[in-house]
Design a protein around this ligand. Structure first.
Ligand SMILES: Cc1cc2nc3c(=O)[nH]c(=O)nc-3n(C[C@H](O)[C@H](O)[C@H](O)COP(=O)(O)OP(=O)(O)OC[C@H]3O[C@@H](n4cnc5c(N)ncnc54)[C@H](O)[C@@H]3O)c2cc1C
Length: 452
């Protein structure tokens, strides 16, 4: 099949960026999105969910030539600012170089900009309010509901690139087959968004250049800054049990819970009880598939292929990395879609599985391990080893967030070796001064080859 046209389902973050890339190659793209045009639709106003953008995502935006258009939306964050129960705060820097920061960005604003860029590309035909209601794998036919006309039509979508998110209808159309073999694993913890508004002068009521965390063992509250001076708060919390979203079933219980665990944040939160009652509880989970393509006409990409829990801030970054890899595979004009899909899957599936695992592990670190005094000791030791051997020892968090040249699967593998080493070296000591750094460095050289 020649690569002269493609249908992309889903004009979210992944689908809109991929449209820009493929259109640039002269491929005619039909982009179907069930929601209304975000440039004119205001129903999302007031839900300012924001995301962490890091090196892999930035690389993809630059590669697509759209970074300049989104740069003004970004708020740099240099570390985690931990709020303890007594209201004391402590900054844990993410990295040790000035450039090692991550960025907070509004999902809605970023999506709006990417849709603008896709629309500006000559070869993209965007159909808003067009929703895929079913997919027939055998015939590769997509049934689409045109909400503007109130009618359905069938589309021969060859190829179809499904970027329709974690709950992908296309992926689920394969659930009784052994083609993709997908699993959806719910976390058991859910989330709710709240907000801290800006101050009277439009000022920030918390330090703006950090990701704030209130780690409380089995759950945590986080806050990310927005350019307007406000913060988006997210409570990650068990769905069931005590305490949980299910157990906080009255205004009084919600107020008591927040006063007990997040007393320094409570006076800043905008209409805590009203927002709690209005805002939905979101579910979290991991999607894994054995295959992302059906050998012929279909490719899953982004969350549709591999949703991950948000605790490493990588779902979007991974989806953007997907776009770069697929586009690079398409660079070879002689490669047809079928081969392109196979090569793409072979290159990226182990990476998606690796970051899915690391994201689950990072939830424990953010809500729990950061409170352990050994955590800071290990972090400081890992920075020291990185200073000594920057080509061999790079903290796992840094490999994932700042080193887009290191595949996620390699970061996971090297990270496991490093973690064992750090545990060994800090087992019987309480301070970095008690560690013989020369011996530690020799151990690193013995156990870790240089990073290529
Ligand atoms: C609470 C939370 C916090 C997160 N934080 C981060 C973070 O900090 N950093 C990060 O990198 N990632 C984060 N993520 C993950 C990130 O949001 C996703 O990985 C990213 O949105 C994936 O992009 P996508 O385009 O594949 O899917 P989506 O963004 O979900 O887009 C799918 C699109 O398809 C459309 N669609 C769906 N079904 C149909 C249909 N049947 N017909 C037509 N259109 C359809 C939808 O309307 C949507 O526009 C977070 C996720 C959550 C839930």
């Amino acid at each position: 099949m020649k690569k002269d046209s493609a249908t992309i389902l889903g004009g979210g973050l992944c689908g809109s960026l991929l449209s820009v890339m493929l259109a640039r190659r002269g491929i005619k793209v039909t982009l179907l999105e069930r929601r209304a045009d975000p440039r004119t639709d205001t129903t999302e106003v007031g839900r300012s969910i924001n995301l962490v953008l890091s090196a892999r995502g930035i690389r993809a935006l630059k590669y697509a030539g759209v970074f300049n258009q989104v740069e003004s939306l970004l708020m740099p964050m240099q570390g985690r600012l931990i709020h303890d129960e007594a209201g004391k705060t402590e900054l844990h820097p993410y990295g040790q170089k000035e450039s090692e920061v991550i960025y907070s960005v509004s999902r809605a604003e970023l999506n709006r900009k990417l849709i603008e860029c896709a629309d500006a590309a000559n070869n993209v035909n965007i159909r808003f309010r067009h929703e895929a209601v079913s997919y027939y794998p055998g015939e590769a036919i997509l049934r689409v509901r045109d909400h503007l006309k109130g009618s359905d039509y069938d589309l021969k979508a060859r190829p179809l690139i499904a970027a329709d998110g974690a709950g992908s209808r296309v992926r689920r159309a394969f659930s009784n087959t052994d083609t993709l073999v997908g699993t959806e694993e719910l976390l058991g913890h859910s989330y709710k968004e709240l907000a801290i508004p800006n101050g009277p002068e439009g000022d920030f009521l918390l330090t703006p250049d950090a990701l704030h965390i209130w780690p409380r063992g089995g759950f945590m509250l986080i806050a990310l800054p927005n350019p307007g001076g406000d913060f988006t708060l997210t409570l990650f919390f068990p769905a069931e049990g005590d305490p949980s979203f299910a157990s906080l079933d009255s205004d009084q219980k919600v107020a008591d819970f927040f006063n007990e665990h997040f007393s320094d944040a409570v006076p800043l939160i905008d209409d805590l009880i009203g927002s709690w009652n209005r805002n939905p509880v979101g579910i979290l989970g991991t999607v894994r598939c054995k295959h992302w393509h059906d050998d012929r006409n279909l490719l899953l990409i982004g969350d549709a292929a591999h949703a991950v829990v948000p605790f490493h801030g990588q779902g979007m970054n991974l989806a953007f990395e997907d776009c770069v890899i697929l586009d690079q595979v398409c660079d070879n004009r002689d490669v047809d879609w079928e081969t392109a899909f196979k090569v793409f899957e072979a290159e990226q599936i182990a990476n998606a599985n690796a970051i899915a695992d690391m994201a689950l592990e990072n939830y424990i670190e953010m809500r729990d391990t950061v409170r352990d005094p050994k955590y800071l000791l290990r972090k400081n030791l890992s920075f020291e080893l990185e200073r000594r051997l920057p080509n061999r020892f790079i903290p796992r968090y840094s490999m994932v967030m700042f080193h887009d040249e290191i595949p996620y699967a390699v970061a996971k593998e090297r990270g496991a070796v490093q973690q064992r080493l750090l545990k060994e070296l800090t087992r019987d000591v309480d301070s970095i001064e008690d560690i013989d750094i020369d011996t530690a460095a020799r151990l690193v050289e013995r156990r870790l080859p240089p990073v290529h």
